[in-house]
Design a binder for this molecule. Structure first.
Ligand code: F6P
Length: 365
């Protein structure tokens, strides 16, 4: 249960940014001010701003005209976990739990509840704050669509739209140069973006982490197309895809992040391997952070607006320490403790995988 008599709330956006964050901030703040007469504060740069006490009032005007903006007006950070925050000790650095400091910053400002908009890392910290007695409400964001407990996260639709447009564009070079183009999309350990953008872009081969690929099968699929006179192939590969029995390609490690692994670069590895195996001209294209940018699609704006509105409504009805979700076509909520530490991956037998297979798409197996 939420604390009785909530008068002042704070909102933060955590983890990697994504299109639709501003729609949620706007919906949370405007619903709070208009419908419930609350005061709203914004926390800058996610938990980092909470640790550093950068918490400022948001007004109706300051959240106006932001619906169509990508990114987040509050700023974000995916390297500042308040339960393991790097502090300088002499010449070295040690990770310390600074959650009590965060709570004291909220208490001093008289904040009764915190709305945490983020992915699994943000939810894990929110759940830990809830355990310490703070009233929290989660809103699931991420282009990866991998937050457990919700069918959809906002940001995913925009990322899929951007990736699909890129696949459409890359078709012309693939066709003119008779090439195999290996297009890498984000998604961490889940293949949602690759599956949806690959299927929508008519990729000939889709490689996702949930279905470890066999390189000889991928080469076979490409050569089979060549034999039929199809002189180019499009492969859409998730950054987290891996060969059967093999490993993901790690681009770098971000020491202070809740998940330090940063994936990236598999498109070039696979393009080189395929060039050697098939003798065809192959190129890798990594779409990278392009997928997180730009203006949100109408779908993500509306999903963000509904999530923000619902978060406030259930909070004011007395629900606390939940994350709002979209489940079977309607809004709902799930305990945040159920979400923390889990991710939602693509079911390997889902309808879109089966439909893609039926129209001739290979998954490299
Ligand atoms: O979670 C969103 C995401 O864009 C992932 O798809 C990607 O693996 C990761 O964040 C990249 O993180 P960073 O912005 O720290 O490079």
């Amino acid at each position: 249960m939420a604390k009785k008599g909530i008068k002042r709330i704070a909102v933060l956006t955590g983890g990697g940014d994504c299109p639709g964050l501003n729609a949620v901030i706007r919906a949370v703040a405007k619903t709070a001010i208009n419908k419930y007469g609350l005061e709203v504060y914004g926390i800058e740069d996610a938990y980092l701003g909470l640790i550093e006490n950068r918490i400022h009032p948001l007004t109706f005007d300051s959240v106006s005209n932001i619906l169509t903006l990508g990114g987040t007006i509050l700023g974000s950070s995916n390297t500042s976990n308040p339960f393991a925050f790097p502090m300088p000790i002499g010449k070295s650095t040690r990770k310390r739990d600074v959650s009590d400091l965060c709570i004291s910053h909220l208490d001093k400002q008289g904040i009764d509840a915190m709305i945490c908009i983020g992915g699994d890392g943000t939810m894990a910290s929110a759940a830990a704050f809830a355990k310490k007695g703070l009233t929290v409400m989660g809103v699931p964001k991420t282009i990866d669509n991998d937050v457990y407990g919700t069918d959809i996260t906002f940001g995913f639709n925009t990322a899929v739209t951007t990736a699909t447009e890129a696949i459409d564009k890359i078709h012309t070079t693939a066709s003119s140069h008779h090439r195999v183009m290996v297009i890498e999309v984000m998604g961490r350990y889940a293949g949602w973006i690759a599956l949806h953008a690959g299927a929508a872009g008519g990729a000939d081969i889709i490689l996702i982490p949930e279905i470890p690929y066999q390189l000889d099968k991928v080469a076979e699929a490409v050569l089979a197309r060549s034999k039929k006179g199809r002189r180019f192939s499009i492969i859409c590969i998730a950054e987290g895809a891996k060969p059967k029995g093999g490993k993901m390609v790690v681009f770098k490690k971000e020491a202070n992040s809740p998940d330090p692994i940063r994936l990236g670069g598999i498109c070039h590895v696979v393009a080189d391997q395929l060039a050697k195996m098939t003798g065809l001209s192959c190129r890798g294209v990594n779409l990278g952070h392009l997928q997180r940018g730009g203006t949100p699609t109408p779908f993500d704006r509306n999903m963000g607006t509904q999530f923000g509105y619902h978060a406030l409504n259930i909070l004011m009805r007395g629900v606390a320490n939940h994350m709002v979700v979209w489940k079977n076509g309607s809004l709902g909520a799930t305990p945040i403790s159920r979400v923390a530490g889990r991710i939602k991956t693509v079911p390997v037998n889902c309808d879109l995988v089966r439909a893609a297979k039926a129209v001739g798409t290979s998954f490299g197996v």
